[in-house]
Structure formats: C-alpha cells, structure tokens
Design a protein around this ligand. Sequence first.
Ligand code: PLP
Length: 434
Amino acid sequence: AAAEARFIANNPRSKQLHELAVGVLPGGNTRSLLHTSPFPLSMKQGKGAYVWDEDGHKYVDFVGELSAGLYGHSHPAIRAAIVSTLDGVGLSLGSTTAQEQRFAAALCARFGLARVRMTNSGTEANLHALAAARRFTGRRKVAVFAGGYHGAVLSFGGDDGGAPAPAPNTVDRADFVVVAPYNDVAAARAAIAAAAPDLAAVLVEPMQGAGGCIRGTRDFLRAVQDAARAAGALFVLDEVMTSRLAPGGLGAALGLDCPPDLVSLGKYLGGGLAFGAFGGRADVMAVYDPRAPNALAHSGTFNNNTLAMHAGCAGLAGVFTPDVCVAFNAEGDTLRARLAALARGTRLAFTGRGSLIGLHFTQRGVHVVASSDDLARAGRRTDLRDLFWFEMLEEGFWITRRGFIALILDTPDDELDRFVGAVAAFLERHREIM
Ligand code: PLP
C-alpha cells in the first residue's frame, strides 16, 4: 500500500492522462496487457535503451515492447532505413516491390524457410498459418498447449493472474484441443493421437513467452513434432517471440526439423514496426499461390508496407546478425544466472532463455518451472510481484508488471549491474516476506 501510494504521488501526469483516456477508450486502454492498477504509467519518449514517462522520470527499458523493441528506440540503422524510405520511396505503393522480395529472401535464408508471406502482426501470422494447415490437410482441429499465447484471439490461459482474461474470441474454441500441461510428452502424444482424424495442426511455442518464459524441453518439442506428423497434421512452430533467441530461431537451435512445416514470426523482425510473417514448406505455402485456381486469399493493405520491409531488412542484415544474436543472448543468460543466484531460497524465481527473462513470485518459491501448472501449484504471489514492480520503478527500471523482461540491444552493462544490485537490495529489504 505504501509503495502504491508513492506511485500515485510520483505520477500525477500519468494519473491525469488516464482520467482523460477513460473518456474515449474503454478503461483508457487499447492494449489490455498494458493496463495496470491504480493507473498505467504513460511513457512520453524513448531513446536507445531508455524511456521517459510523462512526469519526467527516466527508466532503463526492460519492457522492450514485449520483445518487439529489440533494437531499442530510434536505433541509428533502423532510423536511417525509415528516413531514406520516407524520402526516396514513399509509404505504401499499392504494388509488389523489389524490397518485399529482398526481405522475404532474408527471412527465408535466416529461418530456413522455403516460402514466406508477410502480415501486420503475429496474431495474423498464426491465423493464416492455421488456415494454410486446414486447407492443406482438409482437416479442422488444432492442438495447442495450456499456457500458450499465439495472439489476441489465440490465448490459452497461463496468465499469471494480474492481467485481464483473454479477449472474447472470434475464433471457435471448439476447433482447439488444449493439451495440458506444457512439457508433458505423454499427455501431448495421447491428445494428438486422439484428435488425429480431424487434426490439421499442432501449434506450439518452443518457449512459452506470455505464459511466463517457460522453456520447452528438446525431448518434448521433438515428441510433439513427431506426434503431429504421425497424426497426419502439420507442426506449426510459433516463433513470434522466440526467433530472437538463436540465429535460425529457437526451434532450429533445439534440433527440430528445419524448415518446420510452418513457422510464425513477428515482433522485432519488422524493425520495431507492426509486422508478422508466416512461412515454411513450399507445398504447404502453395495454398496461397494466387496463380492456382482454388488459392486461399491472403490480403492485407499493409502486409508489404515499405517502412516495415526496409526497416526489417536493415535490422536483420545490418544489426541483428547471427553473431550479434549469439552474443546478445549470452549476455541475457549471464544476467539471468546472476539474478537466479541472488534469488535462491526465496519466493522469487527467474525463467526464460537468452534475452527473455520471466520473474515469478510464488508462495512456495518454485525454482524449476516446466508448465503454468507448476506456478499455480506453488501459489502465485501477485502482491509481491506488484511490490517489486512499484519499487523497481522507483529505482528507474521499466519492467512488464506481470514479470517479464525483454532486453534491448546495447543496454549498458552498468545498468544491468545496477539492476542486479536493485534486486539484491529488494530481497534484503523484504527479507521477512521473501
Ligand atoms: N505469438 C506469440 C508467441 C507471441 O508472444 C505474440 C505476442 O506477444 C503473438 C503471437 C502475437 O503477436 P502480435 O502481438 O504481433 O499480434
């Protein structure tokens, strides 16, 4: 309560802006995840690895736009690509473009895809990938995993209790077989085999992102891939969040088949602009070939918008090269190991891989997290999570309230050190409740 009172006192402008916003946006909000009680913090500006709020406080940006902000704010190479596109190309040309082909080739080369198509979001990428799987197999159902998040209308629980329930769905829930829990090989095999006759696809994240940065084990993911194939269904890997974790994506790093039948991509790959893509096998993607008589339509005014095509390409080719990807994720692993060492024996646990870090406060202090069930069983402590959030804001760290850190490239090392110090001080300060 004291931390929340200080938050209110410290952020009068954010409070006022929220009061204005509720008059025009339901709850003052257009991205449900970003609502926080008593009101969300309004950010005014970002530069590099920092953001400033409307009341003038400066923060290290650990939200990293939920992983889409990998390049940071106005990275010089991304900025140059956007400015030169605005000056020399224009916004949307209502035509195919050479740049769209170049970017598609870069994505195919990087992620081992035979064909790819662009969308405006990861949600759309998954919806179109599932449509392709349905058309290709002539089947309807899709197996997903409890705790999985595949976009606004494709959310399957695992929420840590602080965010609103998934949006009312525009997809038919009866089409989905929800396999629980994640990382349970036997449960996955059984559910996939049982659904086989009408199963078009198995859709899985190689690490559950929004579900809490819960890593899928190699054995589990391989078993799911093989079970999908044995069922005559397509294996669809959702790499919207995880493609940043290894040069060819996390699936390739874990030894899954490359190319997968289908893969969905998004987030940072558009250079920080609205973006998604899906691709994979040429024979599957051919369902969208407009030269074919019964092709599926895949339209979208901004699918090949010039800014995303240029910014995305500049980022992938010139900034987030395979070497940079490896070094950046190694830094994340080092940071997570330092944090985990501090938190041993407390109610705080860290999950994730590379540059994506999950933070979990539980009653029983779980330290190995294989599924959202483990967190639920350990008893989520949203009160401690919120206290941490309020106090980290006071220390100048902007973190997703639900306990998620997506590192930005070029975050200064001394800020990472400072964060480790702030976490240590938090644990010490609240020793009796931690
Ligand atoms: N799939 C995964 C694994 C995600 O993490 C997300 C977004 O967080 C999506 C899909 C949806 O992407 P978008 O928010 O661009 O629609």
